[in-house]
Design a protein around this ligand. Structure first.
Ligand code: ATP
Length: 359
């Protein structure tokens, strides 16, 4: 097993810099997830660790050794691709053993590794089938098996579940978590799916525009996001953001007027974080609204749509502005035209106009 170190890693494609100096310490055996919107540089960062892209600046270390100039095959990494990348004319056994056979690995050892990987992934009965005779989930298992037989020090996953349907994705997510628990090997996993990130990661690395925005354990990032971007990216449904103006500020708290809610007032316990007249943004998660009267600021919302999920429902309320709010509440039958909720001041997040966290 091995840890992975990124030290001010940069990547340019021609004159265009897409990774602007990323630094990260991945511990031995850790499950790290790179998450962020399309184009933020997740795959590029992963491919640089694998050695499939050279780096334009900085250093990458694996197991304590700088690998900038080490060939991909000699880095001790194995990558699982979104596209599976299986050989269509070979059966599963041959697909699994191909790399080892090419490297001249002894036959008995190759067979042992293939047997072991097939057992772990429960595909033993599929070993004689060709890829086209497999379901999407089975193909993805074989693709993961190809990585397992290499017995790498670091597994690299590039959006491995995005070609699967929703149900299978959840199943495979659990399988990958089990695989990590069983092998204990360092894993770095790229996804744009915040649920995959939250459920799989020991630590999440949130990326935006080629920069690391925040690194931390899933619940720490959820509860204590560094800025509006991270706050809005993690959580489903997303955090609500309300435009507000500071009407008073002092050593015990600040009183805000919610601009799209007839100036409803909310006093929050932040000491000297803002000044009177300043425009700010209040963040509140859908699950943190409370019944009217139980929080510190009551709002009456016009209901647009209610999504019933069985145990809970999401209420989408149109506030006659771009500020559509989502409220999560206990499932209830019946029509809903207006919803009275309140905001508990202890649950809100405060951001400046640029998205920086203020408290
Ligand atoms: P996605 O989730 O859509 O796969 P990503 O976060 O993995 O996105 P990357 O694929 O790493 O993003 O791309 C990061 C940036 O680098 C993008 O702006 C992309 O257009 C650019 N890029 C990636 N590969 C190349 C390349 N070979 N040549 C030029 N630009 C590239």
């Amino acid at each position: 097993m091995a840890g992975v170190t990124l030290n001010e890693v940069k990547k340019r494609f021609g004159a265009f810099e897409v990774i602007h100096g990323a630094s990260l310490e991945v511990n031995d055996g850790e499950f790290i997830v790179f998450v962020g919107p399309s184009g933020c540089g997740k795959s590029t960062l992963l491919r640089m660790i694998a050695g499939l892209e050279d780096i334009s600046g900085g250093e990458i270390g694996i197991g304590g050794k700088v690998v900038n100039d080490v060939e991909p095959a000699d880095r001790g990494t194995a990558m699982v691709f979104q596209s599976y990348a299986l050989y269509p004319h070979m059966n599963v056994r041959q697909n699994l053993s191909f790399g080892l056979r090419m490297n001249g690995n002894p036959r008995e050892d190759t067979e042992r590794r293939v047997r072991h990987a097939a057992e772990i992934l429960r595909i033993t009965e599929l070993l004689d089938r060709r890829p086209r005779q497999l379901s999407g989930g089975q193909r993805q298992r074989v693709a993961i098996g190809r990585a397992i037989v290499r017995e790498p020090e670091v597994f690299l996953f590039d959006e491995p579940l995005s070609n699967l349907d929703a149900e299978l994705r959840v199943q495979m997510r659990v399988e990958i978590a089990k695989l990590h628990a069983e092998l204990g090997t360092t894993m770095i996993y790229v996804t744009h799916d915040q649920t995959e990130a939250m459920t799989l990661a020991d630590r999440i690395v949130v990326l935006r525009d080629g920069r690391i925005e925040q690194i931390g354990r899933p619940l720490d990032l959820y509860d204590d996001p560094a800025n509006r971007f991270v706050a809005g990216f993690l959580g489903s449904p997303k955090m609500n953001f309300l435009e507000a103006e500071v009407v008073a500020s002092g050593s015990t708290g600040a009183t805000l007027a919610l601009l799209n809610h007839q100036g409803a007032k909310l006093t929050i316990p932040v000491a000297n974080a803002v000044s009177g007249g300043e425009r700010v943004v209040v963040g509140i998660r859908p699950e943190h609204f409370r019944e009217a009267g139980k929080g510190d600021c009551n709002l009456q919302l016009d209901v647009d749509v209610v999504e019933h999920l069985g145990s809970t429902s999401y209420v989408y309320a149109n506030t006659n502005s771009p500020e559509q709010l989502i409220v999560q509440r206990e499932e209830q039958q019946g029509r809903l035209d207006t919803l009275n909720v309140s905001i508990p001041s202890a649950r809100v997040y405060l951001f400046d106009q640029a998205g920086k966290r203020l408290q």
